[in-house]
Structures are given as structure tokens and as C-alpha cells.
Design a protein around this ligand. Sequence first.
Ligand SMILES: *[C@@H]1O[C@H](CO)[C@@H](O)[C@H](O)[C@H]1NC(C)=O
Ligand SMILES: *[C@@H]1O[C@H](CO)[C@@H](O)[C@H](O)[C@H]1NC(C)=O
Ligand SMILES: *[C@@H]1O[C@H](CO)[C@@H](O)[C@H](O)[C@H]1NC(C)=O
Ligand SMILES: *[C@@H]1O[C@H](CO)[C@@H](O)[C@H](O)[C@H]1NC(C)=O
Ligand SMILES: *[C@@H]1O[C@H](CO)[C@@H](O)[C@H](O)[C@H]1NC(C)=O
Ligand SMILES: *[C@@H]1O[C@H](CO)[C@@H](O)[C@H](O)[C@H]1NC(C)=O
Ligand SMILES: *[C@@H]1O[C@H](CO)[C@@H](O)[C@H](O)[C@H]1NC(C)=O
Ligand SMILES: *[C@@H]1O[C@H](CO)[C@@H](O)[C@H](O)[C@H]1NC(C)=O
Ligand SMILES: *[C@@H]1O[C@H](CO)[C@@H](O)[C@H](O)[C@H]1NC(C)=O
Ligand SMILES: *[C@@H]1O[C@H](CO)[C@@H](O)[C@H](O)[C@H]1NC(C)=O
Length: 231
Amino acid sequence: MSSLHMLFSFLLAFSLGCTVSANVSCDPSTLNTTSGVYYAQENQTLFDIADVVSRGVCDIARYNRMADAIIPLTTDEEILIPPQVCKPDNSTCLIVSEPNATYANCVVGGPHTYLTLKGDTMAYIALKLNLTIDALMSTAWVPNMGSVNDTVEVGQTIKIPQCSPSQCIIRPGEFIYGTFKDLAAKLGSTPGQLMALNPTYNHTVAPQGEGPILTMIRDCTNLSKNITIIS
Ligand SMILES: *[C@@H]1O[C@H](CO)[C@@H](O)[C@H](O)[C@H]1NC(C)=O
Ligand SMILES: *[C@@H]1O[C@H](CO)[C@@H](O)[C@H](O)[C@H]1NC(C)=O
Ligand SMILES: *[C@@H]1O[C@H](CO)[C@@H](O)[C@H](O)[C@H]1NC(C)=O
Ligand SMILES: *[C@@H]1O[C@H](CO)[C@@H](O)[C@H](O)[C@H]1NC(C)=O
Ligand SMILES: *[C@@H]1O[C@H](CO)[C@@H](O)[C@H](O)[C@H]1NC(C)=O
Ligand SMILES: *[C@@H]1O[C@H](CO)[C@@H](O)[C@H](O)[C@H]1NC(C)=O
Ligand SMILES: *[C@@H]1O[C@H](CO)[C@@H](O)[C@H](O)[C@H]1NC(C)=O
Ligand SMILES: *[C@@H]1O[C@H](CO)[C@@H](O)[C@H](O)[C@H]1NC(C)=O
Ligand SMILES: *[C@@H]1O[C@H](CO)[C@@H](O)[C@H](O)[C@H]1NC(C)=O
Ligand SMILES: *[C@@H]1O[C@H](CO)[C@@H](O)[C@H](O)[C@H]1NC(C)=O
């Protein structure tokens, strides 16, 4: 625990040093280095809150170990506010399609179902699972489904195509830093797979360096060159 803490302090000092030297116009002594708590008002998004408290959206999302920064908040939801930094991060935690990205026809290693979350669209679910929209639409269905960009009903179980043969390692683990996008990149899975396995998780107010035990899915691989899509 203490060596982890030292590593964290070192990384923090290192990243602060870097941002300071990278941007001479930022005077760290003008920053608000106090962390705090904010209670979401009705219909407020994380972007609205970032504006009000002058912090980066992704800095807040990571400080709260959010599954995803865009998940709508409930009224009075407790949000931890991190210390201000020279370079607020508004973008790197957002799940967006990268230029020239390619998507798969099936999910590597499972699971076979996904529970729709607040704010989901079919296009966004596909993106989170690294699937083409066509691949997802070949197996998924929700009531009153409109365009792939329409918000879907929350709490619907949809079927997702699986690659066979393929596998991942699934085991419980502590989620102490970042968002599911960061976590998936570290584990070798996708944010959608983490959401499918932890559908009730949205964020934690646990102290930094601690966190909830979630179902971690890692090291996802196709086990053959000849992959069949299981629908
Ligand atoms: C430095 O920070 C200021 C304010 O935080 C910002 O307006 C400016 O674009 C930054 N400059 C560079 C080179 O990042
Ligand atoms: C610094 O930020 C914290 C957390 O958002 C807030 O509670 C506090 O009022 C801020 N202090 C100042 C001087 O703005
Ligand atoms: C919040 O959104 C709902 C639904 O769009 C709306 O009926 C309500 O008036 C909004 N409340 C506020 C305070 O904006
Ligand atoms: C980040 O987003 C917030 C809210 O949309 C905005 O107020 C702020 O200016 C943005 N900061 C940067 C550095 O882009
Ligand atoms: C997120 O989880 C907290 C605590 O479990 C809960 O109070 C809140 O309503 C949840 N938010 C959403 C959008 O489900
Ligand atoms: C995307 O592909 C185009 C055409 O092949 C290429 O010119 C461009 O550099 C690529 N962009 C990235 C970010 O790789
Ligand atoms: C997404 O799918 C593409 C195409 O199959 C693959 O090259 C890429 O490695 C996958 N990315 C992730 C994060 O699984
Ligand atoms: C696994 O196989 C599927 C189906 O052929 C393919 O779309 C996907 O890109 C492969 N994933 C990886 C990570 O190679
Ligand atoms: C969904 O939105 C994307 C990006 O905004 C757009 O490119 C696409 O055409 C839309 N698809 C449909 C079916 O509306
Ligand atoms: C690929 O696998 C499928 C299902 O196991 C099998 O029917 C097919 O013959 C295989 N194709 C090749 C080229 O090995």
C-alpha cells in the first residue's frame, strides 16, 4: 500500500512538473488545489459541473472512478471534485471513434449479453464493445428501437455476437484509478465488456487509492484464425 502510494505521489509530482514546464503561462500557485464534493443538481451533466467548478471533465471522471463520463447523473448525486491542474483534461476519457479505427464483427471472449445503461444508443454500445454497428444490430434488439443514434430504454438485456473460439480471463479486482476506458486499455478488453459485467456500477466516492471490487475482464484473445460468429 505505501509503495503504491509513493508511486502515485511520484507520478503526480512528475505529471505536475511536466505540465508546468509545458505551459509557462500556468502559475500553479493560482490553482485551487483543494478537493471537494459537489451534489449534482437536477438535469446537470458532468460537463455542466466541470464548467461550474472549473475542472476538466476527465479529471473529475477519473477522480470518481466513473464507468463513463457521459452517463447521466441523478439529482443530488455526490461527485468528488479533484484539485485543479494546469492542463484540464476534457477529452481523453471520452469514448469516441478514432480516425481510421476498425471494428470487429464479434466480441472477443464474451459476455453474450449487455444490459442497456442510461444514455445508451445502439451506435454507442457498438463503439464501447469495439463492434461494427451492423454486427451489433444483427443480434441486438430493444422495444421501440428507432435509429442507431436514438437513446434506448434503460435496463434492456440485449444479445451481442461472440467470437468463437475466443477467451478472456475474468476475475474480481479493485478499481482504483481512471474510467472504464482507461481500465479496458490496461486489461486488454473493452469498456463495453466491463459495463456488461458490472451493469450497476457508475462511480465511487471511496478515497483515492482505494476503490470497489469489480468483475475485471482481461487478456481477451481469439483462439484461432478461423473465427465463427456466435449469435
Ligand atoms: C497554457 O494554459 C493557458 C490557460 O490555462 C491556455 O490558455 C493556453 O492555451 C496554454 N498554452 C499551451 C501552449 O498549452
Ligand atoms: C476550491 O475547490 C473546492 C472544490 O470544488 C471548493 O469547494 C472551494 O470553494 C474552492 N475554493 C476557492 C477559493 O475557489
Ligand atoms: C429536467 O428535465 C426534465 C425532462 O426533460 C424537465 O421536465 C424538467 O423541467 C427539467 N428540470 C430542470 C430544473 O431543468
Ligand atoms: C472543459 O469543459 C468545460 C465544460 O464544458 C469548459 O468550461 C472548459 O473551458 C473546458 N476546458 C478546456 C481546457 O477545454
Ligand atoms: C450511481 O450510483 C449511486 C450509488 O449507488 C446512486 O445513488 C445513483 O443514483 C447512481 N446514478 C445513476 C445515474 O444510476
Ligand atoms: C487515416 O488514413 C488516411 C488514408 O489512408 C491517412 O492519410 C491518414 O494519415 C490516417 N490517419 C491516421 C490518424 O492514422
Ligand atoms: C477492435 O477491433 C479491431 C478490428 O477487429 C482490432 O484490430 C482492434 O484490436 C480491436 N480493438 C480492441 C481494443 O479490442
Ligand atoms: C477476432 O476475430 C473477429 C472475427 O474474425 C475479428 O473481427 C476480430 O478483429 C478479431 N479480434 C482480434 C483482437 O483479433
Ligand atoms: C448517427 O450519428 C453519426 C454521427 O453523428 C452519423 O454519422 C450517422 O449518419 C448517424 N446515423 C443515423 C442512422 O442517423
Ligand atoms: C472454420 O470453422 C468452422 C466452424 O468450426 C468450420 O465449419 C470451417 O470448415 C472452418 N473453416 C476453415 C477454413 O478451416
